[in-house]
Design a protein around this ligand. Structure first.
Ligand SMILES: Cc1cc2nc3c(=O)[nH]c(=O)nc-3n(C[C@H](O)[C@H](O)[C@H](O)COP(=O)(O)OP(=O)(O)OC[C@H]3O[C@@H](n4cnc5c(N)ncnc54)[C@H](O)[C@@H]3O)c2cc1C
Length: 484
C-alpha cells in the first residue's frame, strides 16, 4: 500500500473543507494539503439535500465566506446557488485538484514517535493510507447515510409514499396530491410552502407538528444590501452588509436571552399579523420554551404564512397515534388523509464523519474529551475540526476557526514545533457540548465531547468574543502546548 503524505489533511469538501483549503492557500501558501471527500462531488450539504425549495435560513452575507463576497441579489439563497458559490470559490483558489473523491476516512491514529497522523480511508472498496502532520476534520455534523426518523406504528399499512427529505426521490410527483409534512423545524417550514405553491403545487399540504417552533419572517432580498451593492465596490458593500447583519443578529440573540418574555410577545404579534384573523396562534406558533432555546426558523417573505392565508396549508399540532392505510391517525382521534407523507423529523448527529480516532494506540473516547475553543480536543495532538455556530451562521465560526488553525500552524513552523495539544485541566467542570435543547441535539449528547465551564474550554457562540479570542488572543496560551 502506497502511503501519501501532506502537511495537512482535510476531511470533507463541503462549505467548511473548501473554506479551510482557501484559508491555507491565502495564509500559508507553502503548506501542502489534500482533501479527502467520501462522496463524488463537492459541496456537502448543499449538494446532498434536493428537496423542493431547499435554501439557507441564514443570510448569505454571513453564511458566505469572509473573503469571498456573495455575488447574488437574494440574501436568503436556494441550495443550487449556494452550491455554485462553493464551487466558484474552490475554482478561484485552485482547490479542486487537491480533492480525492470517493475517499471515506474511517480511522486516524496519531503516533507520537513519528509526530504524524496515519489516516485510513476507503476508496472504491479498498483501504488507502495517508499520513499528515496535522489532521483537520471538516466533515459536518450529521450522518449522510441516514436521517432521523422516529418509530411510527403502522408505517407498513400506509399505501401512499413515505419520503425523508435527506433522500428526496428526483422523480417524486406531488402535483395535485395531498401531502403531510411531519415536523416543525427548518426543513419542514421550507418544504411546506414550496410544495403547496407554484406550478407543481400539491392539492393541499398539512404541516403536522408535535409542538410549535419560533418562526420569523425576513425579506429574501435585502433592499438596503442591494442598494449598497449597486453604489459601492463589491468588497466594501459585502463588508458593510455582513457587519450590519452580524450586529443585528447578535443584538437580537442577546435580547432573546435577556428578555425572553418581550421577544416572545414581539414574535407572537408579528406572526399573528401575517395570519388570517382568529387564527389560533397560541396553539400553532407559541412554543413552550424560550426564544433560542432551540434554533429559530426563518421564512423568506413570509412564504409559509402566505400559503396558510391562501388555504393551501394547514398546521396541525397534535401527536401521532399511528399511520393508517390512508394517512395518519392522531391521538385526538382525527385522521389526516394523505397520498405522500414527508418525515421532516431531522438529522442524526455524527461527530467527525464517523471516523475513529486513536492516540498512540489508545482509542479516543469522544465523550471523555473536552473541546478547546470549539476547535481542538483535549489530549488529541495536531487535530482540529470545524463546527459552526448554533445561534448564527455556520461560516462565521468556520472562518474564524480557519484563521485560528492557520495561526497555530504558523506558530508551529516559526517555533520549530512538531506537536501541539490542548492539555486538560481537572478543575474545569464539563458541560454539554451544544447548549440547544432541540431533540436532535439531546439525542446525541452522549456521543459528543464536552465543553468546559470557562474559557478557553467554553463555546461562546458569540462572534464578537470569538474575534478577540481566535484572531487576536495568544496562541501559546499555556493550555495549548507546543513541543518539538
Ligand atoms: C438543509 C440544511 C440547511 C442548512 N442551512 C443552514 C443555514 O442557513 N445557515 C447555517 O448556518 N447552517 C445551515 N445548515 C448547516 C450546514 O450544514 C452548514 O451551514 C454547512 O453547510 C456545513 O458545511 P460543512 O462543510 O461543515 O459540512 P457539510 O456540508 O456536511 O460537508 C461535509 C463534507 O464532509 C464529507 N464527509 C463526511 N464524513 C466524511 C468522511 N468520514 N470521510 C470523507 N468525507 C466525509 C461529506 O461527504 C461532505 O461533503 C444547514 C444544514 C442543512 C442540512
Amino acid at each position: 500500500m502506497v502511503t501519501q503524505h501532506t502537511d495537512v489533511l482535510i476531511i470533507g469538501a463541503g462549505l467548511s473543507g473548501v473554506g479551510a483549503a482557501c484559508h491555507l492557500r491565502r495564509e500559508m501558501p507553502e503548506t501542502t494539503f489534500t482533501i479527502l471527500e467520501k462522496r463524488d462531488t463537492i459541496g456537502g450539504t448543499w449538494d446532498l439535500f434536493r428537496y423542493p425549495g431547499v435554501r439557507s435560513d441564514s443570510d448569505m452575507y454571513t453564511l458566505g465566506y469572509r473573503f469571498k463576497p456573495w455575488p447574488e441579489q437574494k440574501a436568503i439563497a436556494d441550495g443550487p446557488s449556494i452550491l455554485r458559490y462553493v464551487k466558484e470559490t474552490a475554482a478561484e483558489y485552485d482547490v479542486e485538484r487537491h480533492i480525492r473523491y470517493r475517499h471515506e476516512v474511517i480511522a486516524a491514529e496519531w503516533s507520537s514517535d513519528d509526530a504524524k497522523w496515519r489516516v485510513t480511508a476507503e476508496h472504491d472498496g479498498k483501504k488507502v493510507e495517508f499520513t499528515c502532520n496535522f489532521l483537520w476534520s471538516c466533515s459536518g455534523y450529521y450522518d449522510y447515510e441516514n436521517g432521523y426518523t422516529p418509530q411510527f406504528d403502522g408505517v407498513e399499512d400506509f399505501t401512499g409514499t413515505v419520503v425523508h427529505p435527506q433522500h428526496w426521490p428526483s422523480d417524486l410527483d406531488y402535483r395535485g396530491k395531498r401531502v403531510i409534512v411531519i415536523g416543525s423545524g427548518a426543513t419542514a417550514v421550507t418544504l411546506v410552502p414550496a410544495m403547496a405553491m407554484g406550478d407543481n403545487a400539491a392539492e393541499h399540504v398539512t404541516m403536522l407538528q408535535r409542538s410549535p417552533t419560533y418562526i420569523f419572517t425576513a425579506p429574501s432580498q435585502d433592499p438596503l444590501a442591494n442598494l449598497l451593492r449597486k453604489v459601492l465596490p463589491e468588497e466594501a458593500a459585502y463588508f458593510l452588509n455582513r457587519w450590519r447583519n452580524i450586529l443585528t443578529q447578535t443584538g437580537f440573540y442577546q435580547l432573546s436571552r435577556r428578555r425572553p418574555q418581550l421577544v416572545r410577545r414581539l414574535l407572537k404579534r408579528f406572526t399573528a399579523k401575517q395570519l388570517p384573523p382568529g387564527y389560533d396562534v397560541d396553539r400553532h406558533f407559541s412554543p413552550s420554551y424560550d426564544p433560542w432555546d432551540q434554533r429559530m426558523c426563518l421564512v423568506p417573505d413570509g412564504d409559509l404564512f402566505k400559503a396558510i392565508r391562501k388555504g393551501k396549508v394547514d398546521i396541525v399540532t397534535d401527536h401521532i397515534d399511528r399511520f393508517t392505510e390512508k394517512g395518519i391517525r392522531l391521538r385526538s382521534g382525527v385522521e389526516l388523509p394523505a397520498d405522500i407523507i414527508v418525515t421532516a423529523t431531522g438529522l442524526k448527529l455524527l461527530a467527525f464523519g464517523g471516523m475513529t480516532l486513536a492516540v498512540d494506540g489508545k482509542p479516543v473516547e469522544l465523550s471523555e474529551r473536552m473541546a478547546y475553543k470549539g476547535i481542538m480536543l483535549s489530549g488529541v495532538p495536531n487535530f482540529a475540526y470545524i463546527l459552526g455556530y448554533t445561534n448564527a451562521s455556520w461560516t462565521l465560526k468556520a472562518d474564524l476557526a480557519c484563521e485560528y488553525v492557520c495561526r497555530v500552524l504558523r506558530h508551529m513552523r516559526d517555533s520549530g514545533s512538531k506537536r501541539c495539544e490542548p492539555v486538560p485541566d481537572p478543575d474545569v467542570r464539563p458541560e454539554p457540548f451544544i447548549d440547544l435543547k432541540s431533540g436532535y441535539v439531546l439525542r446525541s449528547l452522549d456521543q459528543l465531547p464536552k465543553q468546559g465551564d470557562r474559557t478557553p474550554w467554553r463555546l461562546r457562540q458569540n462572534y464578537l468574543r470569538d474575534i478577540s479570542a481566535l484572531r487576536h488572543g495568544r496562541v501559546a496560551d499555556g493550555v495549548l502546548t507546543f513541543s518539538r
